[in-house]
Write a protein that binds this ligand. Structure first.
Ligand code: SAM
Length: 276
């Protein structure tokens, strides 16, 4: 696939696949924030080029053919090669946190290549949501999805990580929790535990026979669980043990939950991902 030399420096926008007509080679941007960004902030106009992505791997250079306050119409000029995702699909389950710290972690984890994020409500969670209040959950989810989309645009990922609706810790322990993936590894990060270092677990996985599985053809599925400000309760640690989670340490220092999530993800991506 030969790419137009300008493509790399063009602004990138995730567009809902429903608004991309590949057969007619046309697309439409209707998100008010993106329209404002294109017209007012970047000062692009009819005749300018942008890159659109559908969040699932389709990337294309487009020409703006119409720009109004309601929509931006685009002609698809050429399909571009998507930047490959890490061959390890990491799901991070972490608690909601005070003062925008969950949002911060979400942004950083998107940049690092997280595949899926599931907010969990633990026994010692300080910030919770009423899991029965669908409206409240949807509002929060929409905001988190926007954070993930903007971070993915900024770091030039071709895929937007999936952000799940919050669930109770107990539901995470159910066999089909988070997704129906077959997990290659499920770890629970617990400070002051006798847990083996996460980096050792990952290096063992890499070296002892599983290394051959790490390819784009057969990605690994890894679930990392991090606890709230007050840490996990003994009951939660025991239930994770029963659900075949491996207890792991992130070292002798006690990290904040958001640091622990980002640090654990970075270790998985460093050791098992980004190999090509
Ligand atoms: N309340 C605990 C305390 O005072 O010791 C600290 C909990 S820590 C702030 C929040 C979460 O980060 C923990 O539940 C754990 O999942 C993770 N975490 C922080 N430091 C860790 C470490 N050194 N090893 C493993 N997990 C860690």
């Amino acid at each position: 696939m030969t790419e137009h030399p300008l493509s790399k420096s063009l602004s990138r926008f995730f567009v809902d696949p429903d608004f991309i007509d590949k057969a007619a080679r046309q697309a439409r941007i209707v998100d008010p924030q993106q329209i404002k960004q294109i017209g007012n902030v970047l000062r692009l106009s009819v005749g300018s080029h942008v890159v659109i992505l559908d969040g699932k791997g389709f990337v294309a250079r487009c020409l703006i053919t119409e720009l109004s306050k309601k929509q931006v119409l685009l002609d698809i000029i050429e399909e571009l090669e998507a930047i490959a995702e890490a061959p390890v699909l990491v799901t991070v389950a972490m608690p909601l946190l005070r003062g925008g710290r969950f949002d911060w972690a979400l942004q950083k984890m998107t940049e690092l290549g997280v595949h899926q994020v599931t907010p969990i409500i633990c026994a010692r969670s300080v910030v919770t949501v009423d899991l029965r209040n669908e409206k409240d959950k949807k509002e929060k989810l929409d905001r988190w999805k926007a954070i993930a989309r903007e971070a993915a645009e900024q770091c030039e990922r071709s895929v937007v990580p999936e952000i799940r609706s919050p669930i109770a810790f107990a539901d995470l322990m159910a066999p089909s929790a988070v997704s129906d993936e077959q997990w290659n590894l499920k770890v629970m990060c617990a400070e002051r535990s006798d847990g083996i270092l996460l980096s050792h677990v990952l290096l063992t996985l890499l070296n002892e026979g599983n290394g051959h599985q790490i390819s784009h053809a057969l990605p690994m599925n890894i679930l990392v669980v991090v606890g709230p400000e007050g840490g996990f309760t003994d009951e939660e640690i025991e239930s994770a043990d029963r659900a075949s989670f491996q207890l792991v340490s992130l070292g002798p220092r006690i990290l904040r939950s958001e640091t622990a999530s980002v640090y654990a993800l970075a270790q998985v991506i460093t050791i098992l991902g980004d190999i090509e």
